[in-house]
Design a protein around this ligand. Structure first.
Ligand code: FE2
Length: 441
């Protein structure tokens, strides 16, 4: 029997009841046992003291080639998509392999220390040098001991908008991209958009890759490429390998059409990704009032049983100057803009940045708090999913592939008024016995 290298004591496993504290043993990078009061002894023992232990966060949609460029060469003064595109056109002139790698790894470290250990990034493959793609493939290798990165070949300018783009997309797959991307609503015509999707599915089948389409990221209620993605998924049987990202136009469709589309969706298990931080800020810009939210029908898709996950899309780039890489902020925003404030709905938003994200990335048995699986887990200073989203507390410990990757000391408030007590809802919410406060349901 292999001896444990780490044992975590008194873990409140996500989804369990307050009394079900368990120990977790780790050896050779894997979870080897989960049970109350394990007899195992290990060189590293962590007293979790009743805090929440969760599988790591999954970032299912980010553009690492543009992260951390805010203000270069200038700030986006209007905050609009179009000014962002102009700024990025200028910033792209200075892009290099080292530039992309340095920023991408910095952003991944920011995310990993906050519990994100699985990431899907898009790489713009519209440039003939394929610099962004090559850099991110190198990053995938550089971080592989502590984070799993998937790279999507993303034809930012469209597949058929210039003669070289189609070949650049295929070359990206030959170079090793994990997934084929697309942007059908940005092709010159509806017909080109449909043709681009047919080509993307054919390439995915030829090279055995996943698919992740920037689909209908526009407020135009006539942008209807999601139905084409669904049709292709039904015809090819590739459902679970296919993801429709953004689908913001879905929020603008009339209900008669949306309900028909929901019916078609049941025929295939494609994944959806919403990016609430970005969708709420970039969409609806041409509206006066009422002003649309521009976020896809997250609640209805979730209620219909479709797999929905959430992503940042941007962290400090020309389109979004904010962002810290914290997935709880993404989930928190989804709770609000998607009106997911019901008890189960809040829990579902947590799932959308953990297990549902893992499903989108097709992680299978590489993910989850189960004996025999890789030891990737996080300790959150929270009592349950609701509490984690409400307070967005620090991730105290991050364990990646059986190694302690990062530890964070949370902020500590001292209440100095003599003879008085601090507010009980602020700060640490479990006592030494792991007792959590009553849940508001
Ligand atoms: Fe995106």
């Amino acid at each position: 029997m292999v001896s444990s290298s780490i044992v975590l004591r008194q873990c409140r496993l996500i989804g369990s009841d307050a009394d079900d504290l368990a120990d977790i043993a780790i050896a050779q990078g894997k979870i080897t046992a989960i049970a109350p009061q394990l007899p195992d002894r290990a060189p590293t023992e962590i007293d979790v003291a009743g805090q929440l232990v969760s599988p790591p966060f999954v970032e299912s949609h980010i553009h690492l080639d543009s992260v951390l460029t805010v203000g270069q060469p200038r700030w986006n003064r209007s905050g609009t998509l179009f000014e962002g595109i102009e700024i990025w056109r200028d910033r792209k002139q200075n892009i290099s392999l080292e530039d992309v790698k340095e920023r991408a790894i910095a952003a991944l470290k920011q995310q990993a220390q906050q519990g994100v250990l699985f990431v899907r990034t898009h790489a713009d493959v519209s440039e003939s040098s394929l610099t962004a793609l090559k850099a991110l493939l190198e990053v995938r290798d550089a971080v592989k001991d502590w984070l799993a990165l998937q790279v999507v070949a993303f034809p930012q300018d469209g597949v058929y908008t210039s003669p070289d783009n189609e070949e650049l997309l295929e070359e990206s797959l030959r170079l090793g991209a994990d997934a084929v991307g697309g942007i059908p609503h940005y092709e010159l015509t509806r017909e080109d958009g449909v043709r681009s999707l047919q080509r993307i599915f054919a390439l995915a089948e030829k090279y055995d890759r996943l698919i992740d389409i920037h689909c209908d990221e526009i407020d135009d209620d006539q942008s209807r490429f999601l139905e084409v993605v669904v049709a292709q998924a039904v015809k090819t049987g590739m459902g679970e390998k296919v993801t429709a990202s953004h689908t913001t136009a879905f929020a603008s469709y009339n209900n008669a059409y949306a309900l028909k589309l929901m019916g078609f969706l049941r025929r295939t298990q494609i994944n959806f990704i919403a990016n609430p931080l970005i969708n709420i800020t970039l969409q609806g810009r041409t509206d006066t009032y009422p002003k649309r939210r521009g976020v896809t029908r997250v609640k209805e898709l979730w209620q219909a049983g479709q797999n929905v996950s959430l992503g940042h899309d941007c962290i400090q780039d020309p389109w979004y100057s904010l962002g810290t890489g914290n997935m709880l902020e993404v989930a928190w925003m989804a709770v609000h803009v998607c009106q997911m404030t019901g008890t189960d709905e809040i829990d579902a938003c947590y799932d959308m940045v953990t297990g549902h994200g893992a499903q989108t990335l097709n992680l299978g048995d590489r993910y989850g708090l189960t004996v025999g699986r890789p030891a990737n887990l996080i300790v959150l200073e929270a009592s349950d999913r609701y509490d984690a989203i409400r307070r967005r507390p620090a991730v105290r410990t991050v364990i990646a592939q059986g190694q302690i990757l990062a530890q964070t000391q949370p902020a500590l408030t001292q209440w100095l008024l003599a003879g008085d007590r601090p507010a009980s809802t602020v700060g640490i919410i479990t006592d030494s016995k792991g007792v959590r406060p009553p849940r508001l349901d």
